[in-house]
Each structure stands twice: as C-alpha cells, then as structure tokens.
Ligand binder design. Structure first.
Ligand code: TYD
Ligand code: MG
Length: 452
C-alpha cells in the first residue's frame, strides 16, 4: 500500500493545497497553510459493502414540532426560533473577547437554575477563572457543573456518564482528539472534535453549544468546515469599543435565519435589549451633514440605524474608501451609480462610511440611505430634520421598494420622525403617520437633498 501522503490545509478556509505555500490560493490569506495528515480516503476500486433496500415514506404525514428548551432569555429564544431543540448542535461564532463565554455561562446558569442538568466544558480557562466570571455575573450559586478539559475522548466519556441536557464546549479550537495527528486548532482536529460532539448530541439528546473563534476577516477560523455539521450557526457580533452585541442566526434548521438578538455588555454581564430600535442612531436629532437614518428591519423587528458618510478631497493618487459596518462592495456600487447616473462626483474624494453603534447592516434597502449620506456629506447640507430613508438602488440608478415598508414607516413615526424618503413603487399604508416622499432614482434623490 502506498504510504499516506501528507496534505496541506488552509486553516482559514479549509482548502486543500498540493504543497505548502505562503498564501492560500482559495481565500488569499497569508501563512494559513499547515501540513496535516490526510483523512483516510476511499481507495479507488474498493467496493462498498452491499446495502439493504429501504422502504420509502410519503412526504405527507403528521409530524409534531420539535420540543424546545426555552432559555428564558427572550433575545436568545428569538434567535433560536423559540429555544434550543434537544439533541441539536449549535455553533456560536464570534471574535475573541466579544462575549461568547460570558453569554454561554449566563445561559447555562439560567437553565441550571430552572432545573436543567447543565455542564460547562472549558479548554480555554481554568476552573478558577470560570468561577471568577460567574461571581462577576452573580450566578455563582447556580447548580452548574464544570470541567476544564480539552481531550475529546475524556469529554465524551464524562458527558456519557453525566447525561447533561445542555452542554457548552468552550472552545472548538482547544479540542484535541488523540487519534488525529495534527496540532489542536488545525482543521483536522477541529473537524474531528466537532464531529464527535455532534454525534454525542444526537445520541444523548443533549443540546450542544460549540463556541468557535472567528478570524478578523469574519470567518470562523477553520470551523467553516464545521458549519455544515451543526443544526444552527449563531454569530455574536459587535464592536468591542461599543457596548452593544448582536446575536445573529446565519443558519438554523429549526427556525428563521434573519432574526437578531440584541444585548448590552455591562460590568456584570450581558443584559437583554428588548426594544433596540433606537440604539444605533448616533447623533440623530442633531443636524449633521453626511448622516442619514436608515429605517431597517432585522427579522421581524424594525431597527433604525444611522449611516454616517464623510467625503473629503483626497491627497492620494487612488482615493481611499473605508467602510465599517457595511459591505465595501456595496459602497463601491453606490458610488459608481451616483457618479454615472446622477453626476455626483466622488472620484477625487476619500470616502468613509460608518454605521453607528457598531451595528452591521446587511439589507440592500440601506443603499438609498448610504447614497443620501454621501450626497449630504459632499454638499455639506444635512438632510431635512427628522428624515428616514430606505430603498434599494439598482445599477440603472432606479430606486426599488423595500419589503415591509409599513413596519419601517410605523416605527419611524413612533420614534418621532416626520419625513420618509422611499422608492416610487413602495406600497404605502393608508395612514403612515409621517410625511412620505417618493424618489424614483438617485438623480431625484440628489435633487431633493440639494433643494431648499
Ligand atoms: P468573553 O466572554 O471572555 O469573550 P469571548 O469568550 O468571546 O472571548 O468576554 C470578554 C470581554 O467582556 C472582556 O473584555 C470583558 C468583558 N466583560 C464585561 O464587560 N462584563 C462582564 O460582566 C464580563 C464577564 C466580561
Ligand atoms: Mg471565551
């Protein structure tokens, strides 16, 4: 038999390279390729063992909804779609230091206090550190069991004996399987560890919460290869300089994926923010050139967010574009459309775009607000006081209606806004509660903002 060849695996994206290289061809990251032992492939020509023929089932049929373990933390229950499903495995991703361990310890303590059997396995911190955190969170008396362990075999043996209903593994990157001959934190180790934990979840019915660190670029280092194994992927995001944290479901086999939960990081842990619609408004209220309030929707909830743009004449050969909280590609598109369709020239300007409060905006409907902020910054004229903006901008320059127009308008009216700039073909409710102006395209938007 040929001796197994070693493979080279990118620790960022999981791509396999034929030889070592300084830069991964697949994702472009530097210094991420590591030599690993290959998993046993199915050799060519090997026959699969003969299988049994199975009876097929009709699609129609009664099926009860899955049982749920509600956590009592309503922002988390909202994101999971009503609580954890027994036997499911969830990946909790986020930057180091964002608050994953804090959130998970709070969740486990709440469940333990409600009489659930809960186990916290940490390979990142010792028992003393976990106790210190629990003390800070005021949950030191919760009947919660701890282990400081990284060896997957030991963890599995322990959990099989203890039979918890909920277990946290902190973190995937520290798991270590003795039969895999790569260092902890490599893709092979991560995959093997996650596989063992997911299998155990299905077998014992324990809700298994796997914490995974994300790289700066927003990818879970390595465990992107884990995303397909788990039932749900929740990202914990936010800016460490701000106190707000957002838990976002990017995959959920048991619920919607567009819901977010909002928390505030305080001195004694994370606190729920049940009504977040005005958290991300920045200086709204003061009239500043370059600021536009976007009436957004996250999941079922309207959320008003301020977009801030700054355009200054450049001193560089290639003007700078920097964006925080929004997609850089989208900014480039809006800039190009403004220039080509409305004659708003920003080619000689550095452009900065920031979403207030550390929020990340993903809706295409934010285009029009970004365009308004850019036009306002360039012209030095603030938007009319009390204005919200939403609509998607097409490459033709046309503004397209956003879904859930009524919810956006109602929330804006509720928060005291008096004017909304929306797409021409928006479906307006009978009585929106504020003045609504339709803009057909970016030219009309620019004209509207430069009027008066
Ligand atoms: P942590 O949960 O350790 O982050 P992660 O597990 O995602 O790496 O959170 C660490 C940060 O949160 C740390 O910088 C301190 C801050 N923090 C608070 O502000 N208040 C608290 O009550 C706790 C426990 C942490
Ligand atoms: Mg941690």
């Amino acid at each position: 038999m040929a001796k197994p060849k070693t493979t080279y695996v990118c620790q960022n994206c999981g791509a396999i390279a034929p030889r070592w290289a300084g830069r991964c061809d697949a994702c472009g990251q530097w210094n991420t390729i590591v030599e690993e032992n290959p998993e046993q492939p199915l050799a060519a020509g090997v026959q699969l063992p003969k299988g049994k023929s199975r009876k097929l089932q009709p699609l129609a049929g009664e099926s009860a909804p899955p049982p749920r373990i509600a956590t009592g933390i309503s922002e988390l229950d909202r994101v999971t779609g009503g609580g954890f499903v027994p036997g499911s495995a969830l990946l909790i991703g986020g930057d180091p230091g964002i608050g994953k361990s804090t959130l998970m310890l709070q969740v486990l303590a709440t469940l333990a206090n409600a009489g659930r059997r809960a186990v916290y396995v940490s390979g990142e911190e010792g028992l003393d550190q976990i106790r210190l955190r629990a003390q800070r969170l005021g949950v030191l008396d919760a009947p919660l069991l701890l282990a400081s362990e990284t060896n997957v075999s030991d963890i599995v043996a322990t959990l099989r004996r203890e039979r918890p209903e909920v277990v946290v593994i902190d973190s995937l990157q520290t798991l270590w399987t003795p039969v895999v001959e790569s260092a902890p934190g490599t893709v092979s180790q991560l995959r093997a560890g996650a596989e063992a934990m997911v299998r155990l979840a299905k077998k014992t019915g324990a809700v298994t919460l796997l914490i995974g660190h994300v790289t700066k670029e927003g990818q879970i280092a390595g465990p992107r290869v884990v995303e397909h194994m788990v039932d749900a992927v929740l990202y914990f995001e936010g800016d460490r300089g701000h106190q707000y944290r957002i838990l976002r479901a990017v995959k959920n086999r048991f619920g919607a994926t567009d819901e977010i939960g909002v928390f505030e990081m305080r001195g004694h842990g994370l606190v729920e923010v049940p009504n977040p619609s005005q958290l991300f408004m920045g200086d709204a209220g003061r009239e500043v050139a370059g600021a536009a309030v976007f009436a957004g929707v996250e999941g079922q909830r309207p959320l008003l967010v301020e977009l801030q743009a700054l355009a200054v004449p450049t001193t560089f050969a290639t003007p700078r574009r920097a964006v925080v909280g929004w997609d850089a590609g989208r900014l480039a598109m809006v800039l190009a459309v403004l220039e080509a369709r409305a004659g708003v020239r920003l080619g000689q300007h550095d452009v900065y775009l920031n979403v207030a409060g550390g929020m990340r905006v993903r809706e295409p409907a934010a285009d029009l607000a970004a365009a308004a902020a850019l036009v306002s910054s360039l012209s030095g004229r603030p938007l009319p006081a009390g204005t919200v903006v939403f609509g998607e901008v097409a490459l033709s320059g046309r503004v397209r209606a956003a879904p859930l127009t009524e919810q956006r308008l109602r929330e804006a009216a509720k928060l005291g806004f008096s004017l909304a700039l929306v797409a021409e073909d928006s479906q307006l409710p009978e009585n929106p509660g504020l003045k609504v102006e339709r803009v057909a395209d970016v030219t009309a938007l620019a004209a509207r903002l430069l009027r008066e």
